[in-house]
Ligand binder design. Structure first.
Ligand SMILES: Nc1ncnc2c1ncn2[C@@H]1O[C@H](COP(=O)(O)OP(=O)(O)OP(=O)(O)O)[C@@H](O)[C@H]1O
Length: 347
């Protein structure tokens, strides 16, 4: 095993950061392997940009430390200058030089490299970001996605140890965004560089990141693969942040519902389940309710494309359900619900 594979590319150890007397990061702790992509995700003001600035060396720490490739770059007593951290950066506005060609933009940071090596690296990078043949063009002659790939090639030019991406897809048209995300992900994987990505969008995080770190008011709630965050959130905040969730207090559940819960949930106080885990059975008012079903009234419905999102008044409160045949349902009608309790999670 090589040196790089044995040690994480990045270690963030219990960092605390304040602006004046206001604590903003409260003990953030995570690691990243070489070639791994982590997304920082959370509501506005939770501290995503502050983490990125701490990694970039633009903000000093109150305590804790940051190591890049085993070297401490930030601690309460040490601050390696931003330009000495060997970081690549990619921002939402590409920040390409409009008067320079693609080739000159890409090699901008390689001024101290010998000409032959620079040309070799340029060709490798053009190949990597699939812009061969475009090297003499100027930024305004390229699409937004192509410009972002030029910016990415520039940020990878000097083999950074860590790539920082600050909302790089937010200015890209939705129609081509996910294609670009896939391309950028492929490029980062080929370059085998560790990358930290800040985003507001769950969908971008799902498509781009290997792991997602969910932040809440300066605290890291959970770091996991997107599927784990969605299906096995460790807190109610993460559960709700990752998508709609129906909540129930177990003590209120009828015994025939409660006994379908997984055994390990029997000692939880509250459980939640996703709207896709409710089956909807239409019924006529007055029809008997089957033992495993719950009767409810449809309070609203919303067409969201491949299904309808139903809002239901149930004996346990308002729930959401996803239902394909929503066109046939009338607001105000009674329906019976069958919850897949096996999918419920502790909150
Ligand atoms: N220079 C500053 N001085 C004082 N407080 C600041 C400063 N920059 C940010 N903050 C505060 O620190 C907290 C975290 O801000 P930060 O920009 O890291 O959040 P964020 O998660 O990136 O937010 P957004 O998603 O809106 O960009 C917020 O409460 C913000 O108001």
């Amino acid at each position: 095993m090589s040196e790089n594979q044995q040690h994480p590319a990045l270690q963030v150890n219990k960092i605390h950061v304040s602006y004046g007397r206001q604590p903003v990061l409260k003990g953030i702790d995570f690691c990243l392997e070489q070639g791994e992509i982590l997304c920082l995700l959370g509501p506005s003001g939770c501290g995503k940009t502050t983490i990125l600035k701490s990694l970039a060396g633009l903000i000093s720490l109150d305590s804790g430390d940051i190591k890049i490739k085993q070297q401490v770059v930030s601690s309460a007593s040490k601050q390696v200058a931003a330009e000495k951290r060997n970081l690549g950066m990619l921002f939402q506005d590409y920040a390409l030089f409009p008067h320079l060609t693609v080739a000159d933009n890409i090699t901008y940071g390689l001024s101290k490299v010998a000409k032959a090596d620079k040309t070799k690296r340029l060709h490798e990078l053009l190949e990597l970001v699939q812009l061969y043949g475009q090297e003499s063009k100027y930024p305004h002659q390229l699409s937004g996605g192509q410009q972002q790939r030029v910016a990415l090639a520039r940020s990878l030019a000097y083999h950074p140890d860590l790539l920082l991406l600050d909302e790089p897809f937010s200015n890209i048209d939705n129609k081509v965004k996910f294609e670009l995300i896939e391309q950028v992900r492929d490029i980062i994987k080929k370059a085998n560089v560790a990358a930290i990505f800040v985003s507001h969008s769950k969908e971008e995080a799902y498509a781009f990141a290997d792991k997602v770190a969910i932040l809440n008011q300066g605290v890291l709630e959970q770091v996991d693969a997107p599927e784990v965050l969605y299906h096995a959130p460790k807190s109610e905040f993460v559960a709700a942040f990752m998508g709609a969730i129906n909540k129930v207090t177990i003590a209120n559940l009828a015994p025939q519902q409660r006994h379908n819960l997984k055994e390990e949930l029997h000692c939880a106080e509250r459980v939640g389940f996703r709207p896709e885990h409710i089956g909807v059975v239409t019924s006529d008012a007055g029809d008997p309710v089957a033992e495993n079903q719950i009767s409810a009234i449809l309070s609203s419905k919303r067409f969201v494309g491949s299904y309808y999102q139903l809002k239901l008044d149930t004996p346990y409160g308002a729930w959401l359900a996803n239902y394909a045949n929503g066109a046939d349902l009338q607001v105000g009608q009674s329906v019976n619900l069958q919850v897949d309790w096996h999918q419920a999670i502790a909150l």
